[in-house]
Design a protein around this ligand. Structure first.
Ligand SMILES: *Cc1c(COP(=O)(O)O)cnc(C)c1O
Length: 368
């Protein structure tokens, strides 16, 4: 790969293919695979990622909001798309664009049935979401009778899947809790299936669920972070490859003498002669202010250069006193080494946060 001459997010499709195959090797051939491509495919590029995975034979996609699904349909994606958190204001669009809503409360169910009737839908696919402990979105087990009653009185919708979401699948200290979620879901699905008289797709596992709870793969698994190269543990990170590398370049080098300061609010003051490099990436690009003042670092010629002073909107300054480097040299923010998980650990954050923060302003470059 040519060196970066500007700030880019390099997306490696070979790594994506590797991750997809690794995760598939963990499930039975008949278990369906849903790729979670919400939030621009975790900050990468939802359209390119979805096109690639559709070609590779993925069964399903999920996004968080209706507009994200619309963008995929506009790009020609034809596989079914589950919208995890559709808001009633978007139901009409959702139906028109053949997207499939997660229905998570009585209010949302009634509102969706109303719109489905208005839109003259017959057997419009919906997904019923149950809360088994995350307490974020979902019906509770006591709602089963109400749901079945509502559905019996309508031919406008048909339940395509029943699902739940694990709260702590990556935390092996919470195995008892996760197993309880799985058992609760099992009871709920049995009651739903017997009431419906047909068997929708059942699913509960996210990436760490796939890796840690093989007994709970059921009919389908949902993976996001694993596809993008992170397994929520040191061991699993070894088996996956980060698909995205955030790179930049040195714009200018400054020699700072003792007593001089660097950046806004003079947050860095030199005690000894210091060499700094200015890099064209800032908090508007997703590199938050918490990385400033010596916490975060970038990698230049394989050496760590810590951020000095405050992160600016469009730039950072880093300490390169000990690094042999020049204006125009490549800078790695995260990629293989450090990966996004290691990079974000410097501010007690996680891979999910830093990769999804990479702003749309940064050019995506594809390695196919
Ligand atoms: C985001 C999300 C996922 C994907 O989780 P990962 O940990 O990234 O694999 C799966 N299911 C639901 C409901 C989600 O919101």
């Amino acid at each position: 790969m040519a060196k970066a001459h500007e700030t880019i997010l390099e997306i490696d499709f070979r790594a994506l293919k590797h991750n997809f195959e690794y995760l598939k090797s963990k499930i039975k051939p008949k278990t369906k695979f849903l790729a979670v491509v919400k939030a621009f495919a975790y900050g990468s590029d939802a359209i390119e990622i979805a096109k690639f995975l559709e070609n590779e034979g993925v069964d399903y996609f999920a996004v968080a909001y209706t507009d994200e699904g619309v963008a995929l349909r506009d790009a020609g994606i034809t596989k079914p798309i589950l919208v995890l958190h559709p808001l009633p204001a978007s139901f009409k669009t959702l139906i028109e664009r053949c997207l499939e809503p997660s229905i998570y409360s009585s209010k949302v169910l009634s509102e969706f049935l109303e719109v489905a009737a208005e839109e003259k839908q017959v057997n419009c696919p919906i997904h019923i979401k149950f809360n088994t402990g995350l307490n974020r979105l979902g019906f509770n087990s006591e709602d089963v009778d109400f749901i079945l009653y509502q559905l019996k009185n309508s031919n406008h919708v048909k339940v395509k899947s029943i699902f739940s979401h694990l709260a702590a699948s990556e935390d092996l200290n919470e195995k008892v809790f996760s197993k309880n979620q799985i058992d609760q879901f099992d009871d709920i699905s049995k009651a739903m299936v017997s009431g419906l008289n047909y068997r929708p797709i059942l699913h509960i596992c996210n990436t760490s669920g796939i890796l840690n709870y093989p007994e709970a793969h059921l009919d389908m698994v949902r993976s996001g972070i694993g596809l993008y190269g992170f397994g929520n543990s040191k061991e699993e990170d070894q088996n996956l490859k980060p698909i995205a590398a955030l790179k930049s370049v040195i714009s200018q080098i400054h020699k700072v003498t003792p007593g001089e300061s660097v950046g806004y609010n003079r947050a860095f003051k030199a005690i000894q002669p210091t060499k700094t490099a200015t890099i064209p990436i800032g908090h508007a690009d997703g590199l938050g202010r918490q990385y400033g003042k010596g916490k975060g670092f970038v990698t230049i010629n394989n050496q760590r250069a810590y951020i000095v002073g405050n992160v600016c909107m469009d730039m950072i300054m880093v300490d390169v006193t000990q690094i042999d480097c020049q204006e125009g040299d490549e800078v790695v923010i995260f990629g293989k080494n450090p990966n996004a998980s290691e990079f974000s650990a410097t501010v007690n954050s996680i891979s999910y946060e830093i990769i999804t923060a990479v702003s749309q302003r940064i050019k995506r470059v594809y390695k196919k």
